[in-house]
Design a protein around this ligand. Structure first.
Ligand code: ATP
Ligand code: MG
Ligand code: MG
Length: 353
């Protein structure tokens, strides 16, 4: 069988590797010199810096197709790889999704509605941005943020110094969106341009980190499903994206407000492992390997996915004893506050079940 190369060593890579193994593919993980939980399920691992050309050339030679499991991998080595081996999603998706300013402009051009925003590159520019955007607002680093890291909320202009102290550097100020619910569109696009997407989960966050996803979503979200899925499809087409693409939205009375995109499998799609006919991980593998995409329909009547963050994971003995609970533990050795350690999925097979 062929070998899929995965850039990045986290739980997303780990779950891509197990879906790939089920379809008969080998996986080769390339991860920097840190704990790589993906390597525990992959066929092989190279630990090295992404900028090491000798390692990259060897990796390209060993893989038939390359993908990535996080958008904070540097674009330049990915572009270098793409000249030697097919890389899906292409570096174009990576370039847009790793820069919040580029991403918002790109999505607005395609008819999407991000929260009002202004670029901020200095403390003085933050004052100007506050004058245009107003407060409450959120200041976010343009690059490298995840799980709410690199962000600060401003209740009033008096919070500017504190926010700048946290974020500093290249940033974007966003108007704070009053929303009823958050949701996401997890879409898969094949090499032939075919697309499927999953029923949107209602995503509940705590401290900027996803806590729970529930499907089917309540009516406030269902009302925006068609519009949000159509926008995500236009984004995927415009990027010639191959693989999973996830867009996060806020549900508001004025329609879906675009929050951000991820050019990859997504935490809000973990429910699909047991809750959908084909998981997001299997569909990602199908897409990048040129296979037909699988059915995204819901299994049963409802699904909920709960993240195990930090010491939540200490509850695992009770969770594995719970009938029907699907427990996923990522194999991370060190428990840290705010760290995603695992998740648990519960599927209702019949009403009230
Ligand atoms: P990840 O990539 O892990 O999803 P992130 O660090 O890129 O997270 P965001 O998605 O930008 O962070 O923000 C995290 C959460 O903070 C959002 O899911 C939402 O709950 C809240 N949030 C972010 N921006 C806004 C906003 N403009 N208005 C209201 N809430 C917001
Ligand atoms: Mg993000
Ligand atoms: Mg987010």
């Amino acid at each position: 069988g062929s070998t899929i190369g995965i850039l990045g060593g986290g739980q997303l890579g780990r779950m891509i590797a197990s879906a790939a193994a089920q379809l008969g593919y080998r996986t080769h993980v390339l991860a920097p010199d840190r704990e790589s939980v993906a390597a525990q399920t992959a066929s092989s691992l190279t630990r090295a810096d992404y900028h090491n050309r000798i390692v990259l050339a060897d990796f390209a030679a060993q893989c038939d197709v390359v993908t990535y499991e996080f958008e904070n991998v540097a674009a330049e080595p990915v572009e270098w790889l793409a000249e030697r081996v097919p890389v899906y999603p292409s570096p174009a998706s990576l370039r847009v999704a790793q820069d919040r300013l580029a991403e918002k402009a790109f999505v607005a051009d395609l008819g999407g509605t991000p929260a009002r925003w202004a670029a901020v590159d200095s403390r003085a520019a933050l004052d100007d941005a506050i004058a245009t955007i107003g407060t409450p607002a959120v200041l976010k680093t343009t690059r490298m943020g995840y799980d709410g890291k690199g962000q600060a909320r401003l209740a009033s202009p008096a919070d500017a110094d504190a926010a700048w102290a946290v974020v500093g550097g290249a940033a974007v100020l966003e108007a704070f969106v009053t929303f009823s619910h958050e949701f996401s569109i997890v879409l898969v696009r094949g090499q032939d341009g075919s697309m499927v997407s999953y029923p949107p989960p209602w995503n509940e966050h705590a401290d900027g980190i996803l806590a729970r996803s529930t499907v089917p979503a309540p009516p406030e979200i269902a009302a925006h499903w068609t519009e949000a899925a159509a926008l995500t499809g236009r984004i995927a087409d415009a990027l010639d994206h191959v693989g999973v693409l996830t867009c996060e939205f806020f549900a508001t009375p004025n329609g879906p407000v675009f929050n951000e995109m991820a050019p990859r499998v997504h935490n809000s799609g973990h429910w699909t492992i047991e809750g959908a006919v084909t998981s997001q991980f299997e569909n990602h593998v199908r897409a990048i390997c040129g296979l037909p995409l699988g059915d995204t329909g819901l299994v049963g009547t409802g699904v909920s996915m709960e993240n195990l963050i930090g010491h939540d994971v200490d509850r695992w003995p009770a969770l594995v004893a719970e009938p029907g609970a699907h427990v996923h533990l990522y194999g991370k050795r060190e428990v840290r506050d705010g760290r995603k350690m695992g998740h648990v999925t519960r599927v209702s097979l019949r009403d009230g079940g």
